[in-house]
Design a protein around this ligand. Structure first.
Ligand code: F2R
Ligand code: MG
Ligand code: MG
Length: 349
């Protein structure tokens, strides 16, 4: 489809759910042989196995709250979104949430709470979380707002409800921007895609809060820009091993160690790769490659899935995968509703 087509919206939201659901199998594993990944993925095609449904985790549970809030309020409403996060957690606490964020979600359910951003600010002795929980649910912001300034502003505010450290919320901004660009067809020119992201993040990371957090955490002056430069270097290499990707970019639970990694997975899998089956399309390659990195597989595959899905569109996603994943069909319907909201906003309506 063309820029911002319905197919791209559906691809983004559905592939994010698939990444989460199929990635859950390997979350936390140090090494994941590609053979195990391919076996896991091919079992989704085998109807005779009757695998049942792969359940979604916190990544999708929170993204669904973001989607419902954006649709119901026709825009960003922090109190509504916070209330939905808290309600969802209390209804299904066993979705594999991060150990820190649980405290925030419990506090957000208090009717006495006047500032919905305060519980997140209190995390980790006032430093805030740098986990990837803000980024893993950031894709819907790109599907609700056509203007990149709004995508950045609201992905930031939405992440701040649980992640007040800049290394957490800037990961959400980067992820939302990557989905935004991909929806516009920007992955047709991969080098320009990465350089646009670097330019955007130069601006985002020039804030005093970001520079301060980076200093305290002993990271590079502009941590996400520095990682994106590494992504750019790796994508220009003819051969890159999985070990090098992990050591250069990471595969962990911090936003800094997973959002640039997810972006790399998408870029690396734009072409066929020796380690992946020839009959795989780009979307399947991206998901399989994300899982083979090990570590935070559900979240990296979820984020890479959203960016790749926005590029390849819904037609690239195997039906058998959609059928196996809890919440994938809901995501498809919600993508249509977000597409309508996006179009109304584009027309100034
Ligand atoms: N939590 C998980 N996986 C762990 C195992 C779950 C298991 N499957 C099960 O329950 O059986 N996955 C999910 O968590 C990640 C998103 O986490 P989020 O929302 O960012 O949470 P949190 O708690 O804010 O941060 C995660 C951890 O990062 C460390 N951390 C963050 N900020 C810190 C700081 N300022 N100082 C020190 N440490 C900090 C802490 O260890 C946090 O617990 C996704 O992977 C999602 O899938
Ligand atoms: Mg998860
Ligand atoms: Mg995870």
């Amino acid at each position: 489809g063309g820029p911002a087509s319905l197919s791209r919206f559906r691809g983004a939201l559905v592939a994010a759910v698939l990444g989460d659901c199929v990635g859950g199998e390997f979350e936390g594993a140090e090494e994941v042989p590609m053979e195990s990944v391919l076996q896991h993925l091919s079992s989704l095609d085998d109807e005779t196995k009757g695998n049942g449904i792969l359940e979604y985790s916190d990544d999708t549970a929170m993204a669904r709250c973001v989607v419902q809030s954006l649709l119901t309020r026709a825009g960003f409403d922090e109190r509504d979104m916070a209330r939905r996060f808290a309600k969802e957690y209390s209804a299904s606490p066993g979705r594999g949430y991060g150990s820190g964020v649980i405290q925030v979600l419990k506090k957000l359910s208090s009717p006495q709470l006047s500032d919905v951003y305060q519980p997140a600010r209190d995390q980790f002795n006032g430093r805030g979380s740098f986990g990837n929980g803000g980024a893993m649910r950031a894709a819907p912001f790109a599907l609700a707002f056509p203007d990149p300034a709004d995508v950045k502003k609201f992905a930031h505010r939405g992440a701040m409800l649980t992640h007040s450290c800049s290394l957490g919320y800037n990961g959400a901004v980067l992820q939302a921007l990557a989905v935004h660009l991909s929806l516009q067809g920007a992955l047709d020119l991969p080098q320009k895609f990465i350089s646009t992201l670097i330019t955007e993040m130069e601006d985002v990371e020039s804030s005093e809060a970001t520079l301060n957090d980076a200093r305290i955490l002993k990271e590079a002056e502009k941590p996400f820009c520095e990682r994106l430069h590494r992504v750019s270097d790796l994508m220009n290499r003819s051969k890159v091993s999985i070990e090098e990707v992990i050591s250069e970019l990471g595969n962990g639970i911090a936003a800094l160690h997973s959002v640039p990694t997810a972006i790399f997975c998408v870029l690396h899998c734009l072409q066929p790769r020796e380690c992946l089956p020839e009959n795989y399309g780009g979307l399947e390659r991206t998901i399989a490659y994300s899982l083979a990195l090990g570590g935070d597989t559900d979240t990296i595959a979820c984020m890479a899935g959203a960016i790749a899905g926005a590029h390849y569109g819904i037609e690239a996603i195997p039906q058998s995968w959609i059928k196996c994943c809890e919440g994938a069909e809901d995501a498809d319907m919600n993508a249509e509703r977000l597409h309508m909201l996006y179009q109304q906003t584009s027309k100034g309506g």
